[in-house]
Design a protein around this ligand. Structure first.
Ligand code: ZN
Length: 112
């Protein structure tokens, strides 16, 4: 598989406000979508209206998570999450997304 992986943002983190982008991610295994703020590490099962329920990525993605596939991005659009292109996924983003991130398809290494 040789695809450019793109990250999408779904609004701002309610904890960090303007500082944090909520990054759309996909759980490995369940393929569940959720949003994650790399700035503070908060995770939400959907883009929140305010600070409702704050968890760590392991809550939604016990087996790790990855950049969402194009079809999952379409699912997010259908849900009204309004994903907007944020950045091309690269090694720096992998670092920002933390140890739960797993991306076997392009960068090889699995998170701890
Ligand atoms: Zn945040």
């Amino acid at each position: 598989m040789n695809r450019v992986e793109k990250l999408y943002r779904c609004g701002d983190c309610p904890v960090c406000s303007f500082m944090g982008d909520l990054v759309l991610l996909e759980a490995i295994g369940t393929r569940a979508l959720f949003v994650f703020c790399p700035c503070c590490g908060c995770t939400f099962k959907q883009p929140p209206d305010g600070v409702e329920e704050v968890t760590a990525p392991g809550e939604y993605a016990p087996d790790g998570f990855s950049v969402p596939s194009r079809e999952q991005v379409r699912v997010a659009i259908d849900r009204g999450w309004a994903p907007r292109f944020l950045a091309v996924f690269d090694a720096e983003w992998k670092e920002r997304l933390g140890p739960g991130f797993s991306d076997a398809s392009s960068l090889g290494a699995e998170g701890r």
